[in-house]
Design a protein around this ligand. Structure first.
Ligand code: SAM
Length: 292
């Protein structure tokens, strides 16, 4: 077994050897605590039957832990300067490939079908770059990838929103978007001290387990998300007032919106944050017919 990359001494040695300087704009905060890495791999339940997609391997701290447990790891890294470093640090592991690409532009489905022909399941595991956490997660969910789920480190505040329950301050359109596709659980809070450089926010590890079917059936998915976003338009407003002001031609359709709320059995004076995902589905189905 090789010495972990993720110790403060070894990380510093690697950074010095290559004269690497962190780019804040790429969300580069590297993990320097092997215990956290063990926990991430445990939460993801990675085994020799798993293929893993990693986003942003950095200098390979998490990648090597994944490589030790998984059948195969494919890592997407945007920063070209890290490629020679990764070639060096990951040389002991023959089951890792690194793709130099922005994950937001990648055809991850194609990579999975080409690279993971001999695995039983695929997981996405990452210590995400915080400047693009939400776009990355939403892209991976809406791409409808054949994955078991994701275990990712991200800002605690974003994890709290993704795993929120109705009626709480964190519950919003991001919650619904994530919980439409997955079962979301914050599995661990992580202090700032385990990264270099230290980020200026707290972190958490979230586990998103993909549901076999979306959480609720809806007539039209894109309209469902339009209704959800409209309902959270202004948090102080009632759901009725938000729908009137946010939906197209809402003002002229006030009567119809009231009727849809009644059909869906939702009090027009409630606020968006109190509605369950099932209530949003029934409301959006009732509104759908009116807005077509
Ligand atoms: N996995 C390493 C660790 O835990 O120490 C590094 C994590 S660091 C928080 C995020 C990594 O994502 C950096 O290596 C950064 O260069 C990379 N990155 C940033 N934006 C990216 C993008 N759009 N696509 C792929 N990688 C990206």
């Amino acid at each position: 077994m090789y010495k972990d990359i993720a110790t403060p001494t070894r990380t510093k040695e690697i950074l010095d050897k290559y004269g690497f300087s962190f780019k804040k704009s790429l969300g580069q905060n590297f993990l320097i605590d092997p215990n956290i890495l063990h926990r991430i791999v445990d939460f993801a339940e990675i085994s020799e039957r798993s293929g893993v997609i990693e986003i942003g391997p950095g200098i390979g701290a998490l990648t090597e832990h994944l490589a030790r447990r998984a059948k195969k790891v494919v890592a997407f890294e945007i920063d070209q300067r890290l490629l020679p470093i990764l070639e060096d640090t990951l040389s002991p592991y023959s089951n890792v490939s690194v793709i130099h690409q922005d994950i937001l532009k990648a055809d991850v489905g194609k990579v999975i079908s080409e690279e993971f022909t001999d695995v039983e399941e695929v997981m996405i595991v990452a210590n995400l770059p915080y400047y693009v956490t939400t776009p990355i997660i939403m892209k991976l969910l809406t791409d409808r990838l054949p994955i078991r789920g994701m275990v990712v480190m991200l800002q605690k505040e974003v994890a709290d929103r993704m795993a929120a329950k109705p009626g709480t301050k964190d519950y919003g359109s991001l919650t619904i978007a994530v919980q439409y596709y997955t079962n979301a659980e914050t599995v661990m809070n992580v202090p700032r001290t385990v990264f270099i450089p230290k980020p200026n926010v707290d972190s958490a590890i979230i586990r998103l387990t993909k549901l076999d079917q979306p959480a609720v059936p809806v007539k039209d998915e894109s309209f469902f998300f339009t209704v959800v976003r409209a309902s959270f338009g202004q948090r102080r407003k009632t759901i009725l007032n938000n729908l009137i002001s946010q939906l197209p031609n809402g003002k002229e359709r006030k009567g119809q919106i009231e009727k849809a709320l009644q059909q869906a059995n939702i009090d027009p004076q409630r606020r968006g944050e109190t509605l369950t995902i099932a209530e949003f589905a029934s409301l959006s189905d009732c509104l759908y017919d009116i807005f077509q």
